[in-house]
Design a protein around this ligand. Structure first.
Ligand code: 4AD
Ligand code: MG
Length: 437
C-alpha cells in the first residue's frame, strides 16, 4: 500500500509521499492554504501553493471541511519552525468525503458535550496524547511482570460472590435461577493460581457499582493484580515501589512528547525514585489531626475511619513521591486481610497514595492464611460461605503466607498525565450516569 505514516516522515525528507487521513484544521492566506492533516499517528502541516498545483487541487482544498477524509500527496520538507519539525508541500489530493459540519470545533466545549461525543472527541490532540500514554503504561505493566518471573493468569469476570464488599456488586442473570456478579477483582482466583505457579498476575476489566459521582471512580476500570506466594507485607510494598518506578521511567523515556502536549509538569515525575516513604496508619492519623489543628484540614479525623479524598490529598501533599500507608484498622478493610500478629485490630495492608493529590492508586497487602479466622471473617462480613468453599480449600491444602496488590490503570494514568478527572483516561468511560457512547 502506498502510504507513509506521519510519525515516520523524518525518514522521508525530500521524498514525495502519500498520507491517508483526515483534515484536522485549515487556514488560508490568499495564495496559500495550510491544511493540518492527521492520520492517527500524528499531525503534519501541509502547504498548498496556488501557483504550484492544478486548479482542481486548489478548489478541492478550498471546499474541505474539518474531518473530511482525504488522501494527500506531497513532498516532505524539514522546517524548524513547523510544529513537529516537518511540513508537506502538497501536490495532489483525493477527497473521499467532505464531512458534514463537525460538532467539535476548535472553540471551547462543555465536558458533558464532549463526553456525549466521545467517539469523535478521541480525534483531538489532547485525547490522542492521553490514550497514547495509556497504551504505553499498559505495555510497561505487562513488560514488568513478564520479565520478572510472573505468569499471566486470566481470572473470570462472571463470579459467584463479592471480593471487595457487597455494596458495589453488579448482578447478572446467569441461566435459570442463578445470579452471577461481575468481578470486582481477580484476587481470590489469583490466590489459587499463586499456589499453583508461585508468582502470577491478572490484568483485565473490573466492575464496581459505585453510586457516587466522584473524579476517581468508574464503574468499569482496568486493574492489574500481582499475587506472590511466600510474600509478606514488606515484600509487597517493595514490589509496589519497584513496579511504579518502572512505569514512571518508561513513560518518561518513551512518551515525553505526549506529556508535553498535555502540559504535564514533568519535573514532578522525575522525582519518582525509590525508596517511597512508608507511613503507618497511626502516624497518618496523627498527621491529619495536626493538619486540622493548624487549620489546614477542615474536618477532624478520628482513629478508626477510612480516609476520605481530602485526607488522602493532605497526606500525599506532604511527600514528593508516592506514600505507602500501611496497617489500617482491619474493620475498614476487606475480609481477606491478614491481621497484624502484634496488634490484631490492624490489617497487614497497604494503600499507595500518589503525589499531588491523585489519591489511592494501589491497594493490597498480605492475605489471611488461617482457615478459622477466614471463616469467621466471611460470616462477619455477611458473605455466603458456600460460594467461598473453593477459596477456603486454599487454607486446607498447604496454606502459605502470600500477598499482592491491585493497581487501577485509570488512577495511575490520572496521576501520570495530571488529569483532573479519571473519565479522560480510558477511551469510553463507564460511570454512574454514562453508558453511552
Ligand atoms: O483497593 P482495591 O479495592 O483492592 C482490590 O480490589 C484488591 N482485591 C486488589 C488486590 O490486592 N489484588 O482496588 C485496587 C485499586 C485501587 O487502588 C484503585 O487504583 C483501583 O483499583 N480502583 C478503581 N479505579 C477506578 N474506579 C474505581 N471504582 C476503582 N476502585 C478501585
Ligand atoms: Mg482500596
Amino acid at each position: 500500500m502506498d502510504q507513509t505514516y506521519i510519525r515516520d516522515v523524518s525518514e522521508h525528507v525530500g521524498e514525495e509521499i502519500t498520507i491517508k487521513g483526515w483534515l484536522y484544521n485549515q487556514r488560508s492566506s490568499g495564495k496559500l492554504i495550510f491544511p493540518q492533516i492527521r492520520d492517527g499517528s500524528g499531525i503534519i502541516q501541509g502547504v498548498v501553493f496556488k501557483k504550484n498545483v492544478p486548479e482542481r487541487v486548489w478548489t478541492d482544498f478550498e471546499g474541505l471541511t474539518q474531518e473530511s477524509s482525504i488522501i494527500v500527496r506531497g513532498r516532505v520538507r524539514a522546517d524548524e519552525r513547523a510544529p513537529g519539525g516537518y511540513e508537506l508541500d502538497v501536490s495532489d489530493v483525493e477527497v473521499l468525503q467532505t464531512a458534514e459540519a463537525y460538532p467539535i470545533t476548535p472553540k471551547e466545549h462543555g465536558v458533558e458535550f464532549l463526553m456525549d461525543h466521545r467517539h469523535l472527541w478521541l480525534r483531538s490532540r489532547r485525547q490522542h496524547a492521553i490514550l497514547t500514554v495509556r497504551a504505553e503504561v499498559i505495555r510497561a505493566v505487562r513488560d514488568y511482570f513478564d520479565s520478572n518471573g510472573f505468569l499471566l493468569m486470566d481470572t473470570p469476570i462472571f463470579t459467584p460472590a463479592a471480593c471487595e464488599g457487597t455494596t458495589t456488586l453488579f448482578s447478572v442473570d446467569y441461566f435459570e435461577d442463578t445470579t452471577a456478579y461481575l468481578a470486582q477483582s481477580g484476587q481470590l482466583y489469583n490466590e489459587a493460581t499463586a499456589a499453583a505457579f508461585g508468582k502470577v498476575y491478572c490484568f483485565g476489566p473490573t466492575f464496581r457499582a459505585e453510586k457516587s459521582k466522584t473524579r476517581r471512580h468508574l464503574t468499569e476500570f482496568w486493574m492489574v493484580e500481582p499475587e506472590v506466594a511466600y510474600a509478606d507485607l514488606d515484600d509487597i510494598m517493595e514490589l509496589a515501589e519497584d513496579f511504579i518506578t518502572f512505569i514512571v521511567h518508561r513513560v518518561l523515556e518513551n512518551r515525553r512528547k505526549e506529556l508535553d502536549e498535555m502540559e504535564r509538569d514533568i519535573s514532578r515525575l522525575e522525582k519518582i525514585e525509590p525508596p517511597f516513604p512508608r507511613l503507618q496508619y497511626d502516624d497518618a492519623v496523627r498527621m491529619l489531626q495536626e493538619g486540622h489543628e493548624k487549620g489546614e484540614l477542615e474536618s477532624q479525623f478520628e482513629w478508626g475511619g477510612d480516609f476520605g479524598s481530602p485526607d488522602e490529598t493532605y497526606l500525599s501533599n506532604r511527600f514528593d513521591r508516592p506514600v505507602m500507608v500501611h496497617r489500617y484498622p482491619a474493620a475498614v478493610k476487606a475480609f481477606y486481610m491478614k491481621p497484624d500478629p502484634e496488634r490484631a485490630e490492624l490489617a497487614l495492608c497497604v494503600d499507595v497514595l500518589a503525589p499531588e493529590g491523585y489519591g489511592e492508586v494501589i491497594g493490597g497487602g498480605q492475605r489471611a492464611d488461617d482457615l478459622a479466622y477466614l471463616l469467621k471473617q466471611i460470616h462477619e462480613h455477611g458473605l455466603p460461605e458456600d460460594a467461598f468453599d473453593w477459596y477456603l480449600d486454599l487454607r486446607k491444602y498447604g496454606t502459605f503466607p502470600h500477598g499482592g496488590f491491585g493497581m487501577g490503570i485509570e488512577r495511575c494514568m490520572a496521576w501520570l498525565c495530571g488529569i483532573e478527572h479519571i473519565r479522560e483516561t480510558i477511551p469510553f468511560p463507564r460511570m454512574l450516569y454514562r453508558l453511552k457512547p
